[in-house]
Design a binder for this molecule. Structure first.
Ligand SMILES: *[C@@H]1O[C@H](CO)[C@@H](O)[C@H](O)[C@H]1NC(C)=O
Ligand SMILES: *[C@@H]1O[C@H](CO)[C@@H](O)[C@H](O)[C@H]1NC(C)=O
Ligand SMILES: *[C@@H]1O[C@H](CO)[C@@H](O)[C@H](O)[C@H]1NC(C)=O
Ligand SMILES: *[C@@H]1O[C@H](CO)[C@@H](O)[C@H](O)[C@H]1NC(C)=O
Ligand SMILES: *[C@@H]1O[C@H](CO)[C@@H](O)[C@H](O)[C@H]1NC(C)=O
Ligand SMILES: *[C@@H]1O[C@H](CO)[C@@H](O)[C@H](O)[C@H]1NC(C)=O
Ligand SMILES: *[C@@H]1O[C@H](CO)[C@@H](O)[C@H](O)[C@H]1NC(C)=O
Length: 923
């Protein structure tokens, strides 16, 4: 008895070794990197270092303090879309990012770097590349001429804080649309010719490559503090949409001799300009001109007339005191005018015009305006947006807003509004968005908002208190209400907000004045609460402000640190994202609280907990983490992670972030170190930086991980977990290989399936390397190689050319056959088992069949198994016949016995089946 037991133990140990080895490989905790998916939590940048992304990109890795690039990158998952690197890396070798073929954005903040011609090889999909260095200006950067050539789809290229004056002849990809050279040491625009010869082909026609076209659309040269010259024909032949020269000492007039052929939009913010650049505007027929933060205090007629083509003009922060009377008639095309932060008050005088103005957007915020005279906007009949924030307006009447028949957006926030006269909105029939934050109003009734029929976005705010009463605007989709002391909804008979999707409330106290005691939000999807007491989600059904939120998906709740006794989230069956902050959980046993809180949120995918005083977390704090993809713990003072949490490791979400956490120094948490570095398929962020405290008066700043490794017996907890877990795996595996009679094995199997699902279902979807993995035994090899393979692999156009995986041919030399088999089955659309009597007798072939069967059962609908019989075999002889019979369909069996096969028909049928399998897997 002793001997078999010993060998069993040895076997187990061996297996254990293998398992932990493979886990090391799967782990993707990357020290110094944050890996995240910004589509899960839009606010994620608030908590963790983030890579600012281009629209449409979500999956990112942001690494800081990078010193050894190769080492940092080994831990970054392959499928990321954006990569930001900060640190000091002197040299970027060839193929430095070849592991990330899907990369679309790359931001490098690596100090003085050397780049080779082949550094960016393989980045076929890269669209955005930037080199950044922040103060002191500037580092020099050498780019070999052909360094950017592999980037065939590059769209934006940006250098910030780098001097390129050692580089010459850099070939820009012609897909490039935007080029930025900010904070660089350009002194003359002409230097661009030497740097980027295919951007500006130079003045001499002979150096011009014959079919030269201008491809760049946007050129940003802001904050080049020495850029004061424009050599002749410096931008020769260029046709730009937009040129930005903010913060340069360049005189706009110099652009006239630059050879620039076309320009729509020119930005000259903070260039010290005192006059409108009329000639430039006239020369290019400019459509947009941004002159913010200059000293243009007078708009003289002669310059104004030269600007007749402008559609957008910004004179933000120029100290303007008035507009000339010919302003609007001189600019007949003008659609957007930004006059914010000037001195046009106290009485608004807008110039009239003989021609009717086309102006759609007018920004008059922060202009010290007090009085809006009668028919103040009558010269602007087309106006759609009017921004009047931060003025001193107290009196509003329909007369002053008369004539704004097309006005959609009106911003009156932060004025001195104390009353709203009935009917004041009556002259704005199509208003959809109204901002009344920062008023002195104390009561607002829906009657005061009558007039517009389609008011959908409403913001109301008062400094102290605000009571609001129905009738609610009938088309309301989004409502924000702020008041420091309290907000009261007076809802005499429970009038519902029928279509409201977004609600934001910021106040200390929410009051409800109602005979019915309920306010209904049947369509609410996003709810944001700031400062409210948890009482708003009271246990007491009859007093609940939100009795049911059937469609709610996002709840962001920052409270005011009162107790949490009453906090109970229910009636939100669709809640996906829960952000909770600033509550005091220690007033209650935390495990009880969290458990209760999460109990009725079956769809939760994102849980972000911030500053809750959570205390000690244990397995009982969390119920079911089944669907959770992101768990974030932020800003905690004495967090303990109890050893019982290990039970939840198999269910841990894909992303676990600890940000700004001080742990309790306790050996109960000793499992977290090994977990964070070896957790399969969970990305854990922030433990390396966390410190722990022994008690309230311990200010020693001990790093958590060094405490755990120094004071706690060597991850005994985690090892024992690993051991038991591996045993479960092993036994399950053995169970699958045979002995199906032990009933308890069934439970283990279920457990294992859950795990397997978690692994496979959550992994970033991968490409299939193969169409079919072919399993056969040695005795049938000749038939397979001579008949089957040629028939299936027949290349295009003769056949469809299936990609086959044959163990003998496609497994790497020295690769463990078992590992390779599992991996190949995973990366094949389907597995085809070639069966003969000999095969069924062979141990190895049987194992492959069982593995494929297991795969099929563990991932129903995803894995595909096809059986090909070489000779007539009673199917009940198959080992897992009953299971197979349950999972396979008639079309999954192929019979080529008796030499009566028609190859073409067979192959066609097989292909059809595989195509179907492929589609099912990609769904
Ligand atoms: C993001 O989170 C912080 C606190 O964690 C909060 O103050 C802020 O309002 C949130 N922003 C949004 C847009 O939800
Ligand atoms: C590059 O620019 C810097 C800063 O203007 C200057 O000090 C340096 O001499 C320049 N080098 C070359 C080769 O022009
Ligand atoms: C710019 O325009 C003014 C008149 O508006 C004219 O006197 C002046 O010569 C022009 N300058 C250039 C460089 O074209
Ligand atoms: C006006 O310009 C300021 C400063 O650039 C900007 O913040 C503001 O959004 C602009 N207003 C509009 C309506 O675009
Ligand atoms: C705002 O307007 C009131 C009169 O309505 C006036 O007394 C006050 O001085 C004005 N404040 C500023 C800063 O212009
Ligand atoms: C409260 O109002 C809702 C909707 O208006 C109605 O369905 C419900 O019966 C009312 N309840 C009470 C107690 O009046
Ligand atoms: C509601 O808020 C979300 C997230 O901030 C936003 O994407 C959506 O457009 C908003 N919906 C409405 C109707 O304002």
């Amino acid at each position: 008895m002793a001997r078999p037991l010993l060998s069993f133990t040895l076997l187990c140990l061996l297996f254990l070794g293998l398992m932990s080895l493979s886990w090391m490989i799967w782990a993707w905790t990357a020290p110094d990197c944050t890996i995240g998916d910004s589509s899960l939590l839009p606010n994620i940048s608030y908590y963790i270092p983030f890579c600012s992304l281009a629209p449409g990109l979500h999956l990112f890795a942001s690494c800081s303090n990078v010193k050894d690039l190769a080492q940092t990158l080994t831990a970054v998952p392959q499928g990321i879309e954006a990569l930001c690197l900060q640190g000091t890396v002197p040299f970027l070798p060839a193929d430095a990012f070849g592991h990330f073929p899907t990369l679309q954005l790359l931001r490098l903040q690596l100090g003085t770097i050397r780049i080779t011609s082949r550094t960016f090889q393989g980045l076929d999909q890269l669209r955005h590349l930037s080199f950044e260095h922040h103060a002191p200006c500037c580092l020099s950067l050498f780019l070999p001429p052909d360094a950017l050539e592999p980037l065939r789809f590059l769209n934006t290229l940006s250098f910030h804080g780098y001097c390129l004056n050692y580089s010459q002849n850099i070939q820009l990809p012609i897909s490039l649309r935007c080029l930025t050279l900010r904070h660089s040491c350009l002194t003359d625009l002409q230097e661009l010719q030497g740097l980027f010869p295919n951007l500006v082909p130079g003045s001499s026609p002979t150096t011009r490559p014959s079919p030269w076209t201008s491809f760049l659309e946007v050129l940003d040269l802001s904050v080049n503090l020495q850029l004061s010259q424009v050599g002749s024909r410096a931008l020769h032949g260029l046709q730009l949409r937009s040129l930005t020269l903010d913060g340069t000492p360049l005189s706009a007039l110099d652009l006239l001799g630059s050879g620039l052929l076309h320009l729509d939009s020119l930005s000259l913010v903070a260039t010290g300009a005192e006059k409108l650049p009329g000639n430039v505007s006239r020369y290019f027929e400019l459509r947009a001109l941004d002159l913010g933060r200059n000293q243009i205090q007078n708009l003289e007629d002669e310059y104004l007339l030269s600007c007749h083509s402008l559609e957008l003009l910004s004179l933000h922060a120029n100290g303007l005191q008035s507009l000339p009377s010919r302003f609007l008639s001189a600019l007949p095309q003008l659609q957007r005018l930004n006059l914010s932060m000037n001195k046009l008050g106290p009485t608004l005088v807008l110039p009239g015009g003989l021609v009717s103005s086309n102006l759609r957007v007018l920004d008059l915020s922060h202009n010290e305006l007090s009085v809006l005279p009668y028919r103040a906007f009558s010269s602007l009949p087309q106006l759609q947006e009017l921004w009047l924030s931060g003025n001193n307006i107290s009196n509003l009447s329909s007369e002053s807003l008369e004539g704004l028949r097309w006005l959609k957006t009106l911003d009156l926030s932060w004025n001195q509004i104390k009353v709203l006269k009935p009917g004041w909105l009556s002259s704005l029939p199509v208003l959809t968005s109204l901002n009344l934050l920062g008023t002195h109003l104390e009561h607002i009734s829906g009657k005061q908002l009558q007039g517009p029929h389609k008011l959908s976005h409403l913001q109301l705010g008062s400094l102290e208190m605000l009571e609001i009463y129905p009738p609610w605007p009938p088309a309301l989709l989004s409502l924000e209400v702020q008041a420091n002391v309290y907000i009261q909804f007076g809802v005499p008979s429970g009038e519902p907000f029928l279509f409201l999707e977004n609600l934001t409330l910021q106040t200390s106290n929410m009051l409800l004045h109602s005979d019915n005691n309920t306010v209904h939000f049947p369509s609410l999807r996003h709810l944001t609460l700031r400062g409210c007491s948890p009482y708003i989600f009271t246990d007491c059904q009859s007093q609940r402000f939100f009795p049911q939120l059937p469609l709610l998906e996002h709840l962001h709740f920052w409270s005011d640190h009162e107790g949490t006794e009453d906090l109970h989230l229910f009636g939100m069956p669709r809640l996906r994202v829960l952000e909770l902050g600033d509550l005091d959980f220690l007033s209650q046993p935390s495990s009880v609280k969290l458990e209760k809180l999460l109990k009725e949120l079956p769809q939760l995918q994102v849980l972000a907990l911030s500053n809750l005083n959570l205390g000690n977390l244990s397995a009982s704090s969390f119920r079911d983490l089944g669907l959770l993809q992101l768990l974030l713990l932020n800003s905690e003072w004495a967090l303990g992670l109890d050893s019982s949490l290990q039970e939840l490791i198999p269910q841990m979400p894909q992303y676990v972030y600890f940000s700004d956490i001080t742990f309790t120094c306790q050996c109960e948490s000793s499992w977290v170190g090994p977990w964070a570095t070896r957790a399969p398929n969970t990305f854990v962020y922030g433990l390396e930086k966390s410190i722990c405290r022994a008690n309230a008066s311990d200010y020693s700043q001990t790093p958590l991980l060094s405490f755990l490794s120094g004071h706690c017996s060597h991850d005994a907890e985690f090892q024992s977990f690993l051991t038991s877990f591996t045993l479960v795996l092993l036994l399950t595996f053995l169970a699958l290989l045979g002995c199906p009679k032990w009933p308890w094995l069934h439970h283990l199997r279920t457990l294992f399936h859950a795990w397997w699902w978690k692994f496979c279902g959550r992994r970033p979807r991968r490409q299939f390397h193969y169409d079919v993995f072919i399993s056969y035994c040695e005795q049938d090899q000749a038939w397979v190689l001579e008949k089957l393979v040629p028939a299936l692999e027949k290349p295009l156009p003769a056949g469809e050319g299936l990609r086959l995986c044959l163990p003998e041919r496609d497994f790497g030399v020295g690769q463990d056959r078992m590992d390779a088999m599992v991996a190949s089955m995973e990366s094949s659309r389907a597995t085809l088992c070639v069966l003969s009597r000999q095969a069924l007798g062979s141990h190895w072939c049987n194992l492959e069949l069982r593995l494929a069967t297991y795969h099929l059962v563990a991932k129903p609908g995803i894995a595909r198994l096809l059986l090909l019989f070489l000779e007539p075999i009673d199917r009940r002889q198959l080992h897992s016949y009953h299971r197979l019979a349950r999972w396979l369909q008639k079309e999954d069996y192929f019979d080529v016995s008796l030499e009566r096969v028609e190859w073409d028909a067979f192959c066609e049928q097989l292909r059809k089946r595989l195509r179907k399998a492929g589609q099912e897997r990609e769904d």
